[in-house]
Design a protein around this ligand. Sequence first.
Ligand SMILES: NC(=O)c1ccc[n+]([C@@H]2O[C@H](COP(=O)([O-])OP(=O)(O)OC[C@H]3O[C@@H](n4cnc5c(N)ncnc54)[C@H](OP(=O)(O)O)[C@@H]3O)[C@@H](O)[C@H]2O)c1
Length: 401
Amino acid sequence: MDTSPRIILNNIKHYLFNRDDVICPSHLINELFEFVFVVTLYPAVSFLNLMVQFFRFFYQLTLSVSEQTPTLDSNSILITGASCGIGLSLAKSICNQWLIQKRTKLGQVSNEKKTLTLVSRNLDKLERVREEIYSTFSSRNLKELVDIQVRDCDICDRKEIEKVVTEQDYDMVIASAATNSQILSREFSSQNGGKTDKKGENIQDEEDVIYQEFQVNIFGTLNTVLPAMKQAKNRNIDSRLPKHVVVVASGAGYHGKLMGPYGITKTFLFEFSRMFQFILNNNDNQNQHENNLDYSSSDVVRNFKEMSRKYANQKQLVLHVVNPAGVTDTRMGETIKNLDKIPGSIHSNHAANLILGGLIKNERVIDLNNSFVYAGLRFLNALPVSAESFVTNCLNLQIYS
Ligand SMILES: NC(=O)c1ccc[n+]([C@@H]2O[C@H](COP(=O)([O-])OP(=O)(O)OC[C@H]3O[C@@H](n4cnc5c(N)ncnc54)[C@H](OP(=O)(O)O)[C@@H]3O)[C@@H](O)[C@H]2O)c1
């Protein structure tokens, strides 16, 4: 974001007097209606929602006082993107949690041998990570409790990742692998023998970078989570706890375009997960599902609902979406300028503990955003289209630029 007053003034002048961005009467009428809705309904609905959330929070607080401390009940967990960054820190936090539960005899089956499978494209790195984790917890005999397995697999290879994710019925699958354009540029340039142009920048086709970013973050994540979600359909709800599938999106996804194609991939993942959480809620009871199909007006929606029958119901499957934000000591964090100066930026160990804490408490949306950043991004999203253009253009708004 550029906050120099001269630049902001120039931007405002350009915005007000440019003739390329044509305003038509029908759009003005739409915005008038939007104004009436926003001024009258928005505060009322927001206030009502706040009250409902406060009530639910205090109600759940009274329940959890009488209940036992929540524990990590998953005994087999797979993590993609576990060779570094948040994925690696999550692997360590999970091992630590299992060790604590064994020592304090918390949890359902505390002495059962656990499996932790780490996935990335680089087997050597994963083997080093496995040794690092075992040596971090060597004094607490981690090897006796946890079998750490490693799998090298590119999540863009649909068949391969499906095989890896379903080779056993994992209790939890965490899809954390992702990339961004800076990381891809470096990877492309090292594949081309590290060639750079005169300015020292990488040589690659920009289109390749955008396609690959979408391929890894969107299709790679779908390749990972959809087979896991289908597999949960076979879970016997009388004898087994539900399977947990965790999609790692990003706080940037609340207003994706401010972070370029990467942000948009994360908006997709957030919205996709919210849609499936909604379907899971409605899939709970087969009769209700039949009714939903009968009353559905659109064939597209009918088809999709038919398809979603192949997936589990919410007693067999819990879908979580995680929105990390500003995690500094990661490969992705290093590509973002001045990340450590952004409010709420944290280290990956801290982020991993917060994420695991949310998973243990069974939170469906686990958000690591600073409250101001969260409110600002949501506010931008709620603005009328032209007001949003005004704010983003005049302030040159780009998060993490
Ligand atoms: N760091 C942040 O501030 C931040 C903020 C918001 C959201 N997030 C999200 O949090 C997650 C983890 O981020 P991070 O910062 O820990 O990233 P990172 O340090 O760059 O780690 C990315 C991981 O993904 C793996 N990976 C990349 N492409 C892959 C592919 N095609 N197939 C398999 N594995 C692949 C990498 O392993 P190999 O290279 O060994 O294959 C690496 O283990 C991502 O989903 C990211 O979008 C991060």
